[in-house]
Design a protein around this ligand. Structure first.
Ligand code: NOJ
Length: 557
């Protein structure tokens, strides 16, 4: 397997709006990030992934870009961004930027032109169609509720928006548009960035004819994803992008890919095919969704997680590369979701970190994960800010007839704002995030859960993550070793082996609050403890070990 810096790195995601506010306007900003670089360096982070900081009207917190080559006023200036990049590089870290090119904002200059007339030179930068039988061109539903089409009076046609109606989809069929995107990517790379995280990049190729989706239940609108997820020309586009942009530099590329299977991921990440380094799969994030999708919660079965992770670990081994994550700005907090955010918050956060960081792939840490931040429960829908939550609530409760309480419960469990409450820096007002009024309320638990306290306490989740990251630097087996699942049937303990050259690693993680006996495989009898989340553990291995609630141990032998 080829050694690469991005396989050996740990990435930290910054969601700028919620990270650190330097000027008291209640919104995180770029100078605020620069102020905290030593904190990240001290954690051992190699790469920072910055969620969008481009000009944007913020319909979807920056994932709706109105100028790809400029910085959002609320976040600062290009000079601030250049300083951030320089300071990141001074500390020997790298920066990857978010690339959002499935869609732009409807306030982008291209779209302003495009909607003017049918023969405008920018018309074909977007996807326009006439209505059909007095309604939308097809029955696709937007990811953020309602139709995926918006009528525009000026030309009496509809434009496609898979996300909000302020996020019109770009038309990748148009070569001129593709050239503009590649030029823009090269422009950022020339400024010195180290790669891209590519937003829903497997949505950019749409099926010819944009057919209606099957609709057996006769709903007003239905998914439609099968006609744009991993679409017919996706590999052509990515290979072209590789040739025009990516191949010229030694960078990190990760494609966000809802609906990509491991078979798809092999194609996307096999270096011989010259597309991307790795993808973000959604499969493990969907294991606690019921048949009704994301808002239809069901408890995670550990065996489902084992089956899924094992499929990806084995599937990509020596072909492509995995990204490893349990959190990001779109997902609830992992400790509330897969651990216990009350009695065993610290233990379960460390256990989940161990489980993830010992797998093969590049780990991603989402801001606040390293201090065990938890989900939020706001009493009023008015305290929520996320367009996905607000549109869904409006559709189901205000316009539909679902009970308020039931829908709020689903928001508590799955809503994206769980991840977007401000980073908890210290116990001062507003968690030290801002001296002003935060754009979204701070989680009231910041007096107990905050970075200042975590950095001071050697036994904190923060220091445990530091150690996990440091171990990766010292033990190539963590990066390059292969993976074997153990004890597949066990409903409570997830254990696996890694092996590399003549070394082996045994990872044992208790996903429950129960005390359990675990039989260590015989060949590990002379192993030694590498890391564990309880302090009083012997370094040597016994044939049966007693696991405590959410205990994690890693042995090397
Ligand atoms: C995925 C991003 O992570 C999410 O935050 C955003 O809403 C959609 N793509 C649309 O850009």
């Amino acid at each position: 397997m080829k050694k690469q810096w991005w396989k050996e790195s740990v990435v930290y995601q910054v969601y700028p709006r919620s990270f650190n506010d330097s000027n008291g306007d209640g919104i995180g900003d770029i100078k605020g990030i620069t102020e905290k670089l030593d904190y990240l360096k001290n954690l051992g982070i190699d790469v920072i992934w910055l969620s969008p900081v481009y000009k944007s009207p913020n319909d979807d917190n920056g994932y709706d870009i109105s100028n790809y080559k400029d910085i959002m006023d609320e976040f600062g200036s290009m000079a601030d961004w250049e300083e951030l990049l320089a300071e990141i590089h001074n500390r020997d870290m790298k920066l990857i930027m978010d690339l959002v090119v499935n869609h732009s904002s409807d306030e982008h200059a291209w779209f302003a032109e495009s909607r003017k007339s049918k023969d405008n030179p920018y018309r074909d930068y977007y996807i326009w169609r006439p209505g059909k039988d007095g309604r939308e061109p097809n029955n696709w539903e937007s990811t953020f509720s309602g139709s995926a089409w918006q009528y525009d009076e000026a030309t009496d046609e509809y434009f496609l928006h898979v996300f909000s109606k302020k996020q019109p989809d770009l038309n990748w069929e148009n070569e001129k548009l593709r050239r503009e995107v590649y030029d823009m990517m090269n422009w950022w790379l020339d400024k010195g960035i180290d790669g891209f995280r590519m937003d829903v990049i497997n949505f950019i190729s749409k099926e010819e004819g944009l057919p209606d989706a099957p609709n057996p239940e006769g709903n007003k609108y239905v998914g439609g994803g099968q006609y744009y997820i991993n679409g017919p020309k996706i590999h052509d586009y990515l290979q072209e992008m590789h040739q025009e942009v990516l191949s010229k530099r030694d960078i990190l590329t990760v494609g966000e890919m809802p609906g990509a299977s491991v078979e798809d991921a092999k194609l996307y990440t096999d270096p011989n095919r010259e597309e991307l380094n790795m993808v973000f799969t959604f499969e493990h994030m969907d294991l606690d969704s019921g048949p009704g999708g994301k808002w239809n919660f069901k408890h995670l079965r550990l065996r489902d997680l084992k089956e899924n992770i094992t499929k990806w670990q084995k599937g990509l081994h020596s072909i492509g590369w995995n990204s490893l994550y349990l959190n990001n700005h779109d997902q609830p907090r992992m400790v509330s979701r897969f651990g216990d955010d009350k009695t065993y918050r610290i233990e379960s956060a460390k256990m989940l970190g161990t489980f993830l960081h010992m797998l093969q792939g590049t780990p991603y840490v989402y801001q606040g994960e390293e201090i065990g931040m938890t989900n939020i429960r706001f009493d009023s829908i008015d305290d929520y800010r996320d367009i996905e939550i607000l549109n869904m609530y409006k559709e189901k409760v205000v316009e539909g007839n679902e009970p308020h309480d039931k829908v709020m419960e689903s928001i508590y469990v799955k809503g994206r704002d769980n991840a977007r409450t401000p980073m908890q820096w210290d116990e001062s007002e507003n968690a030290g995030f801002t001296t002003g009024t935060p754009w979204i309320e701070v989680n009231p638990n910041y007096r107990e859960i905050n970075a200042e306290q975590a950095v001071k306490d050697n036994n904190s989740i923060y220091h445990y993550y530091r150690k996990l990251i440091q171990l990766r630097k010292e033990n190539p087996i963590i990066v390059y070793g292969d993976y074997t699942l153990l004890d597949e049937e066990n409903e409570k303990v997830y254990s696996y082996l890694r092996s590399y050259n003549n070394q082996r690693l045994l990872v044992v993680t208790n996903f429950s609050a129960e005390e359990l006996d675990y039989k260590v495989p015989a060949e590990f009898s002379d192993g030694e403890l590498l890391i564990g989340n309880y302090l009083d553990v012997d370094r040597t291995v016994e044939s049966t070990i007693q696991l405590r609630p959410y205990e994690a141990r890693v042995y090397i032998g």
